[in-house]
Design a protein around this ligand. Sequence first.
Ligand SMILES: C[S@@+](CC[C@H](N)C(=O)[O-])C[C@H]1O[C@@H](n2cnc3c(N)ncnc32)[C@H](O)[C@@H]1O
Length: 244
Amino acid sequence: MNVSSEYQAKYHYIGNVAEQYDARRMSNPKWQREQDAIANLTGKFDPGSVVLDVPLGTGRFMPIYAEMNLKVVGLDISLDMLRQADKKNGDEVRETTFVQGDSEVLPLRTDAVDYVLCARLLNWVPPSVLSRILAEFTRVARKGIVVEIRLHEEISFLRAFSNFTNDLRRQDNLSASRVRRMLRRKGSIDGYVLHEERFVQQVFAQNRLCLREVVRVDERTDYFKRDFQPYLMYFLGKGEFEKN
Ligand SMILES: C[S@@+](CC[C@H](N)C(=O)[O-])C[C@H]1O[C@@H](n2cnc3c(N)ncnc32)[C@H](O)[C@@H]1O
């Protein structure tokens, strides 16, 4: 059934948002940790593999793919984001096929690529859409899938307090405004969805995806909600038993 859903992130990344996407995010340490995680995980892909990066966004991982000699299909729903990718990455662009499309109904045949890689999308979609997208990734990936997801886990008051004091200890030059920001940090912004770990594990199991590795990109605590929120990059294997 070729039906796709409505949510904010589908229409948000156009115009100025696309133009300023990298500049507004690159200096955040999380950005570099994600680059490192992707370099580490793609280093484990079979040489010469074909990778579907969805959503490609501005093509931030394209230099890594070029270094690893991976061939890339870069898919995104936003033409403006694809244009940014096409504009900025000179040499790597030659090894990339750009496709405008929807991750819920991928315009690719079954087993079309070796690996699918998905960063910074699944927390912008509701759980039902996450399920559909994972089923699509499973359909088109022959060997494996890398997905980044922020989870949430309720924690006790004591653990929230100890996380807070640890956070304080870790900060250099902690200003009063920085402490206020840490306390005010919310688990959700418009359209942002934190997924339950149990639900995510169920979706992996339904698609017969097995865990090969997990990289912890970061973790944060919402002290008021007593909510622990690790950001994880999962490397999932597919069909190792049936297909090799
Ligand atoms: C936060 S950006 C992430 C881009 C890139 N993966 C990164 O790590 O920077 C979210 C991207 O998802 C794209 N997007 C949203 N819904 C989509 C969908 N259903 N199919 C494909 N791309 C989608 C947006 O156009 C945007 O480029």
